[in-house]
Design a binder for this molecule. Structure first.
Ligand SMILES: Cc1cc2nc3c(=O)[nH]c(=O)nc-3n(C[C@H](O)[C@H](O)[C@H](O)COP(=O)(O)O)c2cc1C
Length: 225
């Protein structure tokens, strides 16, 4: 029984490693080509499972497939990213909340209490309120943006596991993006974007044409035993 478990675990880890080795940032998408609906739904289901600091979950995602809206938002990106926005099946804009206060903490603790059928932990609300209160406004915004990046990293890994072609895209003007999506009024700001779709045959970044470039593990990881 145990050996079966470990066999399964190894197979899963091999699959994960293989998926991460074969994923790459798709640079040219086939216009008008959709992705599998079941894969998209699975991907969306996994996003709220991402961990965030103090379970803040202060992020929001815009998933855009409307061609006119994608073309409009492409105006906020660098020239080199514009066709990716237009030709991919989905454009995703990952946003952070612009405020995070006692009420947000209260909402999380209320949800925790509801789900676990316990009392709201007021002492925890107080303690966390002191924690977020110890940050300057700028620090708090940076902290909120970092949480979005955690969701984003999980998103990229899940795309790899689902064998979905994607490209992470940071190359856009956040002010212009916020304006085009009317984010300020919603208490949000754009942090990072991504596109999903099917690679075009002309994509110059596939692994057979552009081998993956990474520093060796020894350079990146220091073990202190
Ligand atoms: C946060 C982030 C932002 C990125 N922004 C862009 C971008 O604006 N345009 C682009 O073509 N690629 C972008 N990339 C892709 C990187 O250039 C790419 O991940 C890196 O070169 C490694 O290549 P690989 O993803 O194919 O393994 C971004 C990647 C990340 C993680």
């Amino acid at each position: 029984m145990l050996s079966f478990f470990f066999k399964g675990t190894n197979a899963m880890l091999e699959k994960l490693k293989g998926a991460l080795q074969q994923r790459y940032s798709t640079k040219v998408f086939k216009a008008g080509e959709d992705i599998e609906e079941d894969k998209l739904q699975l991907l969306l289901d996994t996003l709220p499972l991402s961990p965030t600091s103090i379970n803040s979950q202060a992020w929001h995602l815009y998933l855009i497939s409307n061609p006119a809206k994608k073309a409009q938002l492409a105006e906020a990106t660098w020239q080199s990213n514009q066709d990716k926005y237009k030709d991919s099946a989905y454009l995703l804009i990952f946003c952070a909340k612009t405020t995070f206060n006692r009420q947000d903490l209260q909402d999380i603790e209320q949800l925790t209490a509801d789900i676990r059928d316990i009392e709201v932990n007021e002492a925890r609300v107080e303690m966390l309120n002191n924690y977020i209160g110890s940050m300057s406004e700028n620090e708090r915004q940076e902290w909120l943006k970092r949480q979005v990046c955690i969701v984003f990293g999980q998103f990229l890994t899940t795309c790899a596991l689902l064998d979905l072609d994607s490209c992470p895209i940071e190359g856009f003007d956040t002010k212009a993006m916020d304006q085009l999506l009317g984010l300020k009024e919603k208490g949000l700001t754009s942090v990072v974007s991504a596109v999903l779709g099917k690679r075009d045959l002309s994509d110059f970044n596939t692994l057979d044409k552009a081998q993956k470039v990474r520093f060796p593990r020894e350079k990146m990881i220091t073990e202190i035993k």
